[in-house]
Design a protein around this ligand. Sequence first.
Ligand code: SF4
Length: 445
Amino acid sequence: MALTGVEIFKLLPKTNCKKCGHPTCLAFAMKLAQRQASLDACPDVSEDAKKVLGEASAPPVRPITLGTGDKSVKMGEETVLFRHEKKFVNPCAFAVEVKDTMSEADINKICDDVNSSEMDRVGQKLRIDAIFISNASNDASKFEAAAKTVAAKAPSAAIILGTENAQNAEAAVKAVADRKPLLFGANGSNAEAMAGIAKANKIALGVSAKGLEALSALTEKIKGLGVEDMVIDPGAKTAKEIINENTLIRRAAIKKNFKPLGYPVITFAQRDDVMLETLIAVACVAKYSSIVVLSSVEKWKSLALFTVRQNIYTDPQVPMQVEQKIYKIGEPTADSPLMITTNFSLTYFIVSGEIENSKVPCRLAVMDSEGLSVLTAWAAGKFTASKIAQFLKDSGIENEIKHRELIIPGYVAIMSGAIEEKLPGWKVTVGPREANALPAFLKSR
Ligand code: SF4
C-alpha cells in the first residue's frame, strides 16, 4: 500500500532546510505522497529511508521507454484513473504489425507508411510510433531478416519483436540490439529463457498470460529472474474484455499499489474489419493501453486515432495553444491581407481553415493569449490594443508587407480605434464575427 504524507514525513530528515524546493519537510512529504515530487530532490535523506520511500514514491505504473533517439516513446508513470483528476502522463504508442512471412516489398511498404505517418495537429507532431514484427513463420532466419529490414527502412520507429520461441528471439534481438527493441512473447513455458535474453540485452520484456492472476504470478516470477522492465498482456480479445481487464489492471496498480500489475499494457487491436479495428483501438486509447498494435496504416484511421490520443492525453486544466507567430496561409505576397486572432488552438484551426477555404492567400497573426479564445482573451485583458500593437511591432511584419491594414475579429470591433492610436499609420478593418463568414468577406475585397 502507498504511504501517507505523515508516514513519509516521519522518514525525512525534518530539518526544513528547503533544499528540495519546498518550504518544509512536511510539504515535501505531502507532494511525495501525491506522487508530484521525486525523492531525489532531497539530498539529505538517509539510505534506510531511501529504501522504504523509493518503493513507496515510485510511480504505480512502471515507466518504460520504447525505442531510442528523439522519437523514442515513454510509457507508464500514470497516477490516476480518470483524466479529470489529473493529466494522463505518457500518451500510448501506436504500433503496426509486420509479419516475417511477408515479402520484402510488403515490409518496405509498411515501413514507408510508418515513416510518412507523421502529421502536425494543434502544433504537435503525431505519428505511428512502432513496428511490431511477428514471427509468423516460426523461423529464426526469416524473423531476423524481417527485423533487419525494418531497422534499416524505418530508422526512427521503435521495434517490437513478437515471438514465443526463445531461439528465434535471440537471433532477432541480436540483429537489432542497438535499437533497444521490446521483446514480446514471454509466457508460462518460456519465461526463464525469454527473461535471460531481456536481461542480457538490457531490454524490456512483453509478458503474456490469460487472466490477471496468471499474469501477476508471471510478472513476479520474471522480476525474480532479474527483469524489471515489463509490458503486460492479459490476453483480452474483445472490446469488452479489453476494457474490463485494462480497468482492473489500472485500478490494481493505482488504488492498491499492486506492483505485479504495475506495468504498461499492450493490446492487440488487429481485425479484418478496419472500422472495427479502429473502434477497438479507440477504446484501448481511452482505457489504459500503453501500446496498441494495429494491422495497417491508413491516413483516415491515423487521423481518428491521433485525435483521440491527443484529446485523452492533454491536460484538461490547460487550454491547448498554438505558437505565437505570423502564419502564412497559401502564398501571400507583400500586398496580401493581414488578420489577427488569439492562440487558442481551436480558434486558430477554425480561422485558418476558413481562410484556406477562401483560397485568398493571407497572413494570420496569432497572438499569445494563454490559450484563450478571442472574446475571453479580450475580457481578461490579454488581447488588448497595446498588446496587439506591441506584438505586431516586435514581429517585424512591417518589413514584410507593403500595406498597413490589420483585419481584426468582428467580436472585438470595439478595439479598432484604440489599435489605430497605438499603431500610427495603420488602418484597422473589422472582419466578420464568425469564422465561417471569412471566405465571403475575403473574396468580396
Ligand atoms: Fe526536508 Fe529534505 Fe526538503 Fe530539506 S531537502 S526540507 S530535509 S525534505
